[in-house]
Design a protein around this ligand. Structure first.
Ligand SMILES: Nc1c(NC[C@H](O)[C@H](O)[C@H](O)CO)[nH]c(=O)[nH]c1=O
Ligand SMILES: CC(=O)[C@@H](O)COP(=O)(O)O
Length: 139
């Protein structure tokens, strides 16, 4: 049984609740354990995963969050840099799934957060577990 750490940026609680339900459901369906920690925003997710990875307590990680475009360039920074940070962790050999929604509006977020619709939380968890399987195969 693997221990999966979910790192959520709780910027929109109702959306995160759906994303977390999808991610947790996927992890439990695969027979693994999960723990969740919360950070202020998506920009803090990669750093939190890096810190947690150093503990050696977890075999896989899932980033969960929602970034909705506002009026300024900040959307590009938060969306792009959180994704870049997670990709850097993956390229460094960690099993990381990216469940950070980067969307234009809440309607787009709702469809993607809902486990009964696009289930991006569950998708991210499955991606992390797929990388964990590859680590076992190639490790
Ligand atoms: N606007 C959103 C943010 N912004 C906050 C940043 O992620 C970060 O916490 C801050 O810049 C301090 O470093 N975060 C989200 O997760 N979603 C947003 O829509
Ligand atoms: C993605 C964001 O940072 C966004 O929510 C911030 O809104 P604004 O660009 O209007 O400050």
């Amino acid at each position: 049984m693997a221990r999966v750490l979910i790192v959520e940026a709780r910027f929109y609680s109702h959306l995160n609740d759906m994303l977390l339900a999808g991610a947790r459901g996927a992890i439990e369906a695969a027979g693994h354990a999960h723990e969740t920690i919360t950070v202020p925003g998506a920009l803090e997710i990669p750093g939190a995963i890096a810190l947690a990875a150093e503990s050696g307590r977890y075999e896989a990680f899932v980033g969960i969050g929602v970034v909705i475009r506002g009026e300024t360039y900040h959307f590009e920074i938060v969306a792009g840099e959180s994704a870049r940070g997670l990709m850097a962790l993956t390229m460094d050999g960690l099993a990381v799934g990216n469940g950070i929604l980067t969307v234009e509006d809440e309607a787009q977020a709702l469809v993607r957060a809902d486990p009964q619709q696009k289930d991006k939380g569950g998708e991210a968890a499955k991606a992390a577990l797929a990388l964990l399987d590859l680590k076992a195969r190639f490790g």
